[in-house]
Design a protein around this ligand. Structure first.
Ligand code: BGC
Length: 414
């Protein structure tokens, strides 16, 4: 006999994308960086990836892989893409607005580009899909980067001006995400490890950027509420499930949670109407060693598949007593071998957390489309929809059909 694990009424089912990863033809600090670094990244693929990955994904050795270029041409094909989301019975969609399109020169706003995003929102609404609008997903206008980016003491004010303009122009949007993973992904990779532009490696600079991002979030939160009083505003928080083995690891876990997972949330706590939780990673700590995972199943980029981790993370978030949206959860899986099982596995654990009183209100699979995976380029395939980058043809993967059933039933049939 089959059983339906029902999700709460009004649960939001969707997918997520970000402007730079799907739109194509952007001009921002990342596009500049790509040009300068594509050859190096192609060369370094030999050091960075395992032999099985190198054998399977030959694109990683080609510099073009690291140039976002036309990306998926979503800027021109968003209607077609939202039709696919509709066929998938999605009732929500998360996407980002590209700051460099809106404000290509300091203080000068491009009304045509604002109109573009108005049309994007309208295209979602007319399909019965609730927009979740992200204002910033890692990319900066070139003028902003030239002024020192997030190290500039005025950076929060620049962001506030942009947030003000956009929220005034798009008052029919209810859900806003100010910043995507500002701390443990962006600030860490851009200012500490030097993996993302502007490739700084300095604790002092990381700290400065972090504090500016905190202030930017708070300012944007206030502006959005001024312009759209009934909106819900938050940021997307990348949360790792730290599993601890042994006493030392348990102590490390306390610090890891405090400073890695929840620092930004605690710093901006009363400036969040909900918690955006993006979940990808499990990290087993044992003594002073990290990443001691069993890795029974891994994705194409080598991340362990560990659905139960989302349950533990949600249980940890319960104490904050705010609504939670899973702003991202997904995997790179070109052959669509694990995707269906991955989604069902995570949703099972999310459902269990809900039955135990965690207020989860929505789930966004990352991603609707295959897309440009930052410093890794195009070869990792996260999409429910496959992209042929030569023809831009879209092909719905089998796992998308399973996700469509879940969305339609507002639950999992077990
Ligand atoms: C980011 C996405 C990225 C995904 C997979 C998330 O942390 O927000 O932009 O594509 O991870 O790496």
């Amino acid at each position: 006999m089959s059983n339906l694990l029902k999700f709460p009424d009004g649960f939001l089912w969707g997918t997520a994308t970000s402007a730079h990863q799907v739109e194509g033809d952007n001009l921002n600090d990342w596009t500049e960086w790509e040009k300068e670094n594509a050859e190096r990244l192609a060369r370094e693929a030999r050091i960075y990836w395992q032999p099985w990955q190198q054998k399977k994904f030959l694109e990683m050795f080609s510099p073009e892989n690291y140039i976002s270029g036309r990306a998926t041409d979503h800027y021109n094909r968003y209607e077609e893409d939202f039709d696919l989301a509709k066929v998938m019975n999605n009732n929500a969609h998360r996407f980002s607005i590209e700051w460099s399109r809106i404000e290509p020169e300091e203080g000068k706003f491009d009304e045509k580009e604002i109109e573009h995003y108005r049309q994007v929102i309208w295209a979602l609404k007319k399909r019965g899909i609730e927009p979740f609008v992200t204002l910033w997903h890692y990319t900066n206008p070139i003028w902003f980067q030239k002024k020192g980016g997030w190290l500039n003491k005025n950076s929060p004010k620049y962001f506030e001006r942009y947030a003000n303009k956009i929220s005034r122009s798009l008052q029919n949007v209810k859900f806003w995400i100010t910043l995507n993973e500002p701390d443990d992904i962006y600030a860490f990779y851009a200012y500490y490890t030097g993996r993302y532009p502007p490739q700084e490696k300095s604790f002092r600079k990381t700290w400065r950027a972090l504090n500016n991002l905190v202030s930017a979030h708070k300012k944007a939160y206030r502006k959005i509420h001024e312009n759209c009083p009934s909106s819900m505003v938050g940021f997307a928080n990348n949360i790792i499930y730290f599993e601890s083995k042994g006493i030392i690891a348990r102590i490390i876990k306390i610090f890891a949670n405090k400073y890695w997972n929840f620092w930004f949330l605690r710093k901006t706590f009363s400036y969040n109407d909900f918690i955006g939780c993006s979940f990808y990673r499990h990290n087993t700590l044992s003594s002073f060693k990290v990443n001691q995972n069993e890795n029974i199943e891994t994705t194409d980029i080598g991340w362990e598949i560990y659905p139960k981790g989302i349950y533990y993370v949600l249980k940890e978030l319960k104490k904050y007593q705010k609504p939670i949206y899973i702003t991202e959860n997904g995997l790179a899986d070109a052959q669509d071998k694990y995707r269906e099982k991955f989604i069902i596995g995570h949703l099972n654990w999310i459902h269990k957390a809900i039955t135990e009183g965690v207020d989860v209100r929505g789930y966004f699979y990352w991603s609707l489309l295959d897309n440009f995976e930052w410093d890794k380029g195009f070869w990792p395939r996260f999409g429910l929809v496959e992209i042929d980058y030569q023809t831009m043809e879209r092909k719905v993967r089998p796992s998308a059909q399973e996700y469509a059933k879940i969305c339609k039933n507002n639950g999992l049939i077990t």
